[in-house]
Design a binder for this molecule. Structure first.
Ligand code: APR
Length: 229
């Protein structure tokens, strides 16, 4: 089976009602990202950070996967599909995709603020100040904040190194190291970019651009891959 690697970003969840990061106002849900998504923000005002992510979690639970997520599930019938997502939502999982690597963490989980190996599923709950891990430290969102290392980046590089096809969908390719992953694709890899807006495309190999939203664009990408494979 040929290998299809998908690098997804916030745009794939836009049609599910979740906002992208770099909208026209430059704010994420009315906040400057540095006030809510950095270790400095956590040190300065952890209650604000918890409240912000509790709201994001509730929004995510209320959202449903869309046609774009389902088009990627359907590709698994014919291809070895690996999804590398920058998204913290669980819409790829709930759509039914089976190989998913989260680069920037998962909103559905909490982790210890002092021991990053202690990670907990949140089920229906939120995280409150005073909620602690097994070692007694405060729980924080299981999110990779700006300025923190991306622990899954080397696994992602390995996944992409022998991709036959690379689909890039719904990401402005602005944030590193995630954006740099595209350069790990081998020379024989066909790349398909799905985005309704212009994205940086320098050095992308054998590139086809589908300038559409994920819902319609990903089924066209799947058709294109099936016609080449
Ligand atoms: N379908 C596909 N793409 C879309 C859609 C849609 N319906 N709507 C918007 N887009 C595109 C935008 O044109 C843009 O290129 O999705 C992209 C979203 O870009 P960003 O908001 O920058 O999101 P992303 O690239 O995922 O951000 C990367 O930055 O803030 C951090 O950690 C956060 O994971 C995030 C990272």
């Amino acid at each position: 089976m040929k290998k299809v690697v998908v690098l997804s970003g916030a745009g794939i969840s836009a049609e599910s009602g979740l906002k992208t990061f770099r909208g026209s106002d430059g704010l994420w849900e009315n906040h400057n990202v540095y006030d809510v998504a950095t270790p400095e923000a956590w040190a300065k005002n952890p209650a604000l950070v918890q409240k912000f992510y509790n709201q994001r979690r509730q929004q995510c639970r209320a959202a449903q996967p869309n046609a774009g997520h389902f088009a990627l599930v359907d590709l698994e019938k014919d291809f070895d599909v690996h999804i590398i997502t920058q998204n913290i939502d669980d819409l790829h999982e709930r759509a039914g995709s089976t190989n998913i690597l989260h680069l920037h963490g998962e909103i559905t989980k909490a982790r210890s603020s002092t021991n990053e190996t202690l990670v907990y599923d949140l089920k229906d709950g939120d995280i409150q100040m005073g909620d602690t891990c097994a070692e007694g430290s405060q729980l924080r969102p299981h999110i990779v904040w700006f300025g923190e290392l991306v622990p899954n980046i080397s696994i992602a590089q390995k996944i992409i190194r022998n991709a036959d096809f690379l689909i890039i969908v719904g990401t402005s390719l602005n944030v590193y190291p995630a954006a740099g992953l595209v350069h790990f694709a081998p020379n024989y890899c066909n790349t398909i970019l799905v985005d309704p807006n212009d994205c940086p495309t320098t050095n992308l190999k054998q590139l086809s651009i589908i300038k559409e939203i994920a819902g319609t664009g990903l089924s066209k990408a799947a058709k294109l891959i099936r016609s080449i494979a």
